[in-house]
Design a protein around this ligand. Sequence first.
Ligand SMILES: Cc1cc2nc3c(=O)[nH]c(=O)nc-3n(C[C@H](O)[C@H](O)[C@H](O)COP(=O)(O)OP(=O)(O)OC[C@H]3O[C@@H](n4cnc5c(N)ncnc54)[C@H](O)[C@@H]3O)c2cc1C
Length: 509
Amino acid sequence: MSNRETNTDVILIGAGIMSATLGTLLKELVPEWNIKVFEKLGKPGEESSNEWNNAGTGHAALCELNYTVEKPDGSIDISKAININEQFQVSMQFWSHLVNRKLIQKPEEFIMPLPHMSLVQGEKNVNFLKKRFEALSKNPLFQGMEFSEDTEKLLEWIPLILEGRKMDEPIAATKIDSGTDVNFGALTRILFDHLKTKNVDVLYGHGVNDLKRASDGSWELKIKNIDSGTVERHKAKFVFIGGGGGSLHLLQKSGIPEGKHIGGFPVSGIFMVCNNPKVIEQHHAKVYGKAKVGAPPMSVPHLDTRFINNKKSLLFGPFAGFSPKFLKTGSMFDLITSVKPDNILTMLAAGVKEMSLTKYLIQQVMLSKEQRMDELREFIPNAKSEDWDLVVAGQRVQVIKDTEAGGKGTLQFGTEVVTGANGTIAALLGASPGASTAVHVMLEIISKCFPDRMKEWEPKIKEMIPSYGLSLMENPDLLRKIHQSTAESLGLKKKEPVFKDEKTTETVY
Ligand SMILES: Cc1cc2nc3c(=O)[nH]c(=O)nc-3n(C[C@H](O)[C@H](O)[C@H](O)COP(=O)(O)OP(=O)(O)OC[C@H]3O[C@@H](n4cnc5c(N)ncnc54)[C@H](O)[C@@H]3O)c2cc1C
């Protein structure tokens, strides 16, 4: 064991998109703070944030049907969609700020414009989509959305999906051109390159084994240098647990009361990737369908054009799967070792409640390639098995906790921020909507953990994110300005026919 001991202002655990975002925000707000990052793998963005481990959707609720629920009276509740869209606008503004300040040179390396579409078949689903379109398209956040039941129009939008399709049921789609494909792996790497130029010490091959609060109120971390096998001790005034699936174990080790009675349940993702350039060329959109009955919201099937390594790709999925690991590179004992005396009842209650999810996951794991091809053929009727390969994506650890609405052991599908010890520690759990809302979530951590500094930092936050603290939906002029400026900075301009001019009703580019 080494006696090396260091003292710093901030330690970020994990080199994923969340630590990258928090580190970048803090360096903008307090450049003089000393920040260290410890990552157990050899590079940044290798777990869920990696481009092959997530779907790369800039989640703005433009196409994901699970963000708009049909109420018992038949109307559509769009409040969740509004929330997610507003949060994505925060990310877009921060990324634009980094580009405008030349801290990011080539935005096309991580973000590309791509139409977002929802596609449904069957009368009931078509009626739902129409009502959803009517509710959303009235809202300034979703302006530019189109709806069509016309097969000629759909053939123009999505030829690959229409060709060879049986038209024995009504079909409809919505399309909005202001959607994006985001390479979160590339963005993570870009942000870590930037952090290095700001004197942030990023130590790869360093796994955090333990953390405890010292008598002076700071945190002491026991960290293993994986190459040398030595154990180092590092102290910090503030710690962010950004370990992705690894966060729950670290939160439990911190011993803070806010981390008790929380469990985690891992759900794996599997995509099919197209290896035929001729097929890839025939599609240009992210097309989200409806989740199957009993399927969890994160396994809504979608057919996505992706931009990975400067190349256009085509992915379908995700299929859900089960592995007890909390990280792709995790241990088979992750699930069992996360069960503690304080969360065992919560976990057991979830086990009883979520029998249908367990059944669904087992069915998904057992699917053969041909069965997966059959699901793909619901999107591309003429898909050929030899054109598609399977890729294993990342692990999502869904939070399980006791809630007033759901009772004991309720499975959560969103992200959960846990802070404690007078704001000296914060952890991020859960996975959805995930990376797209990283800036909003990290700002939430900053405001919860540094309330005394917020007055001083607010002007700088507003300079970076002009809509900070405001609802864009209620400020359509600001929204218009922000849409135009972010599209320009991020190179999305040519494909953004978003706003209708109220007087002429012509689309303005
Ligand atoms: C299948 C799938 C599809 C998804 N699709 C989308 C999408 O379309 N859009 C979207 O916005 N989001 C999506 N997400 C969610 C998104 O990928 C995650 O929310 C996001 O990447 C999480 O970032 P993170 O930094 O918290 O975690 P990660 O990227 O997982 O990074 C955590 C890091 O911490 C390290 N670490 C863990 N434990 C330790 C330790 N003890 N010591 C040191 N280092 C440690 C890990 O090695 C890892 O590098 C998807 C996720 C999955 C799995």
